[in-house]
Ligand binder design. Structure first.
Ligand code: GCO
Length: 442
């Protein structure tokens, strides 16, 4: 099917021609039954049944249906990942039927003329890799490289962009600092080794792919956060911003400099440092601060996207490889899409070379240790029946794609400050109501 004709509207905020518009997923979060992954065992031991991935969205079997939705929604690109633990369930034993499966998956996207951005590692490890210490063990670098060489040999014709690894910083934070993810050994040395080994793995795989498939750009997806002080004048808060910005946003790029054909940016977080009774400032709890927040308590802060884009822009193309909101209120997703994309537009106008946007996520899915409660999807999944329902926000996104920009008719939604004020007012009223009903303990 030919791509839809671009609609003309003089008041549209136009994006560059051939901009990539799509959504992102990862294998473990949507496929279901990834029984050979470290996450699978960890869930059975540590999570209540409601927080286990189980059959997830059953995309392993329903990929054609989901890709038909992508087409119906006019996306011209899609980001997805392959599951290492399916392809190499035991050391050195590659499962050809699983490679066949992914070939079918990728071919079906190509048949629909969708550009494919493929992530080679998105958080989960085969159990046998995790048993030798996962990314803490240097051997994992070579195992990963061998897996990449084996699988890309077959799938490369159906891939347009490679993402080597997804969010090393989040992986380390969740595994070692929060200890909410599998594989945590809790040691600081382990954290450092993991970071360095992930950087080496990226570089090795970059060099191999670059040499073997010179026409397919390679990057990684990095979780980039916008940091701010709570009090403008506080020096301690300002130092925290500089330090956090370096560690979270720049350190990994620094460790892997020279091995990125593009920057892949996942943007979700706006963080405010606030002086506390302790020596180090705390991170403001956005819900307690009466900020506008998502269902996960993450602050809605579109301007932060502009800030990180302009901050990181250094002459190589940028793809926003993830950006999305967990919300059961789809009006909020509409506003999210328009306001965040408006910031992307502003960044492009100011000279940042942004070439694509992948909303997280195409369908509701398994949000790791948070289970299925958070709803990120453009498409709703009814987990009882696995039925898919297109949300109205998905159509707003389709409208934007059809215009290759934000049409005037949608711009009126940009009054997000009004929205934030409304949310705030509602919460304050709720607080007051609760206070009135609370017994007085004094
Ligand atoms: C991550 C991932 C995704 C998440 C998404 C929403 O950042 O953890 O890349 O797997 O589901 O970011 O939290």
């Amino acid at each position: 099917m030919a791509p839809p004709k671009e609609k003309h509207d003089h008041k549209t905020l136009k994006f560059p021609p051939s901009f990539l518009w799509g959504a992102a997923t990862s294998a473990y979060q949507v496929e279901g039954n990834n029984v050979n992954a470290d996450w699978w065992d960890w869930e059975q031991k540590n999570q209540p049944p409601s927080l286990r991935s189980g059959i997830a969205c059953d995309q392993y079997n329903k990929y054609e249906q989901d890709f038909a939705l992508i087409k119906q929604l006019n996306h011209n690109a899609h980001r997805l990942s392959i599951e290492w633990s399916r392809i190499e369930p035991r050391e050195g034993e590659f499962n050809n039927s699983e490679i066949e499966h992914y070939l079918k998956v990728l071919k079906s996207l190509k048949e629909l003329k969708i550009k494919v951005m493929l992530t080679l590692w998105h958080f989960t490890l085969p159990k046998w890799v995790s048993n030798i210490g996962g990314w803490e063990n240097r051997k994992t670098i070579n195992f990963f490289e061998r897996f990449v060489k084996r699988v890309t040999r077959e799938i490369a014709p159906y891939v347009d962009f490679w993402i080597t690894i997804n969010e090393p910083g989040v992986y380390i934070y969740q595994t070692y600092i929060r200890k909410e993810w599998p594989g945590s050994k809790g040691s600081s040395l382990g954290q450092i080794k993991t970071a360095l080994n992930l950087a080496s793995a990226h570089k090795k795989v970059y060099r191999y792919l670059h040499q073997t498939y010179p026409d397919k750009p390679i990057g990684m997806a990095q979780n980039v956060q916008s940091f701010q002080t709570y009090h403008k004048h506080s020096l301690v808060e300002q130092i925290s911003v500089v330090f956090a910005d370096f560690v979270a946003n720049h350190l990994f790029y620094f460790l892997t400099r020279g091995t990125h054909d593009f920057l892949g940016i996942n943007y979700y977080f706006h963080v405010r440092f606030q002086n506390s009774q302790r020596i180090l400032p705390e991170i403001e709890d956005a819900s307690q601060g009466y900020r506008d927040i998502s269902d996960l308590g993450w602050e809605i802060y579109p301007e932060g996207l502009f800030d990180v884009l302009t901050d990181l822009s250094d002459g190589i193309p940028i793809y926003i490889t993830e950006c999305g909101i967990a919300s059961t209120n789809d009006d909020r997703r509409n506003r999210f899409l328009i306001t965040y994309l408006h910031e992307v537009y502003r960044a492009i106008k100011s000279g940042v070379d942004v070439r694509g946007f992948f909303y997280w996520s195409l369908v509701d899915n398994f949000e790791w240790s948070k289970g299925f409660q958070p709803r990120f999807g453009l498409v709703e999944v009814d987990y009882a029946t696995l039925e898919r329902r297109i949300r109205p926000s998905a159509l707003v996104y389709t409208d934007i794609i059809a215009h290759n920009g934000i049409p005037h008719s949608l711009l009126r939604f940009i009054g997000h400050t009004v929205q934030a004020a409304e949310v705030l007012e509602k919460r304050l009223k709720e607080e007051l109501r609760k206070k009135r009903h609370r017994p007085n303990h004094k």
